[in-house]
Design a protein around this ligand. Structure first.
Ligand code: SF4
Ligand code: F3S
Length: 112
């Protein structure tokens, strides 16, 4: 199994998760982070750190799309281990539905 970042992260991108991961397996896109499924050791410590509950164990049903997104982009985006300031308008996107179709960006973030 692995933990995955879901679309709730998109444009919120609080980055509290990266500080607690013991194996540094978060990768940064322009608008969201993903977890590398082959590097995650399933410790679960990042899950309660996310203010918008964007991180879920892939043992939950219905997460296939996010497992696929995490797998693909963890291999394309740069590693991030240090929290930076979140986007100025993060809070406006906390309860937006359908963020993947509206706001997903395949562009990489800046990484560490
Ligand atoms: Fe890192 Fe543990 Fe979260 Fe996996 S479950 S991403 S190893 S903190
Ligand atoms: Fe995203 Fe939550 Fe981390 S919003 S960047 S998964 S703390």
């Amino acid at each position: 199994m692995t933990y995955v970042v879901t679309d709730k992260c998109i444009r919120c991108k609080y980055m509290d998760c990266v500080e607690v991961c013991p194996v540094d397996c978060f990768y940064e896109g322009e608008n969201m982070l993903v977890i590398h499924p082959d590097e995650c050791i399933d410790c679960g410590v990042c899950e309660p750190e996310c203010p918008v509950d964007a991180i879920r164990p892939d043992t939950e049903p219905g997460l296939e799309q996010w497992l696929s997104v995490n797998t693909e982009y963890a291999n394309k985006w740069p590693n991030i281990t240090v929290k930076r300031e979140s986007p100025a308008d993060s809070a406006e996107f906390e309860n937006v539905e359908g963020k993947f179709d509206k706001y997903f960006s395949a562009e990489p973030g800046q990484g560490d």
